[in-house]
Design a protein around this ligand. Structure first.
Ligand SMILES: Nc1nc2c(ncn2[C@@H]2O[C@H](COP(=O)(O)OP(=O)(O)O)[C@@H](O)[C@H]2O)c(=O)[nH]1
Ligand SMILES: [Mg+2]
Length: 299
């Protein structure tokens, strides 16, 4: 007897695109939780972030990636490598662009690189909540002239528009195969990383100009204490003494604010009470120095 069980599909999907187009918002939407940090500033995401979505007949292993850019220093080189790493392993590439920008020369160059890979590329035209429907048509045709996309889907990651459609279309291009992970598995990163990302997100939100870009967060201690509060000691690294002063703020006010908001969010995500200790240290030019980057977890 033939079983009428549907064949199961599973595969890797890399979400790529320029900084700030909405990639992290999209993966969070798909997974229904805040996996990847989102801020209004570009270049928030520094490492590829994995998120597994399991449905009745498919499993998608998403990778959120840092934005594509012309790297100017070592950290940015690392970020771009992370993105290409995710693409290399992908069964489907989900390229995201904004609905108000036709393809630039840089986009064309990037699409040229993708065309050598023979991986299906789905184009997500995001932020359609910000534009009139009519204005989408020229953008759509400008992109389809540049590349043979498997699908083109206008979406709003913020409002959730067309995201179910997007999932159905992605599933269409996945290879048949068993799931890679158990169905309730969501990500490979641990609570230590989650805590450091939440702190980094608050730094991106609360400080201006170069500060967020000169900052990284290292969790020096993370003690789970069954009964009492978890203890987290985090170091916020900056590049210069003057930045240390700004992070701390007058009478420590600014860093206190980071600490309170970050702790609340870490508690919300971990479901446990947390004691968060924040320190600020200077590590000169860490963004430009390979061995410092390695020490700080960018390897
Ligand atoms: N209006 C609007 N804003 C969006 C949408 N998707 C993302 N954003 C905003 O765009 C900014 C960058 O989003 P993020 O997900 O961090 O972009 P990423 O750098 O590509 O990961 C954030 O302020 C988001 O809230 C959308 O569909 N519509
Ligand atoms: Mg991001």
């Amino acid at each position: 007897m033939q079983s009428d069980k549907k064949t199961f599909k599973s595969g890797y999907v890399a979400i790529v695109g320029k900084p700030n187009v909405g990639k992290s918002t999209l993966i969070n939407d798909f997974l229904g939780c805040k996996l990847s940090i989102v801020t209004p500033k570009p270049q928030t995401t520094r490492k590829k972030i994995m998120g597994v979505l399991t449905k009745e007949d498919y499993q998608i292993v998403f990778y959120d990636t840092p934005g594509m850019m012309e790297p100017k220093y070592e950290l940015q080189k690392y970020m771009v490598r992370e993105a290409y790493d995710a693409i290399k392993d992908a069964d489907v590439v989900l390229m995201m662009v904004e609905s108000f920008e036709p393809p630039t020369d840089k986009d064309k160059e990037f699409l040229g690189k993708l065309s050598h890979l023979s991986i299906p590329v789905i184009l997500a035209i995001n932020k359609i909540d910000l534009v009139k429907k009519d204005s989408l048509i020229p953008i759509l045709s400008a992109y389809s002239e540049q590349f043979k996309f498997a699908e083109i889907v206008p979406v709003s990651a913020l409002n959730g528009t067309n995201l179910d459609l997007m999932l159905t279309l992605i599933a269409k291009y996945l290879p048949e195969g068993e799931p890679f992970y158990p169905e309730d598995y969501m990500t490979d990163y641990n609570e230590r990383f989650m805590a450091s990302e939440i702190i980094r997100e608050k730094v991106f939100e609360f400080y201006g100009e170069e500060i967020p870009y000169s900052t990284t967060v290292d969790i020096e201690e993370f003690k789970e204490r069954g009964e009492g509060k978890d203890f987290i000691k985090a170091i916020i690294y900056v590049e210069r003494d003057s930045q240390k002063g700004i992070i701390i703020g007058e009478n420590g006010k600014a860093i206190k604010r980071v600490g309170v908001i970050a702790r609340e969010e870490i508690e919300k995500q971990s479901g446990r009470k947390v004691y968060l200790e924040l320190w600020v240290k200077v590590m000169e030019k860490w963004r430009k120095d390979k061995s410092k980057l390695r020490k700080l977890g960018y390897e």
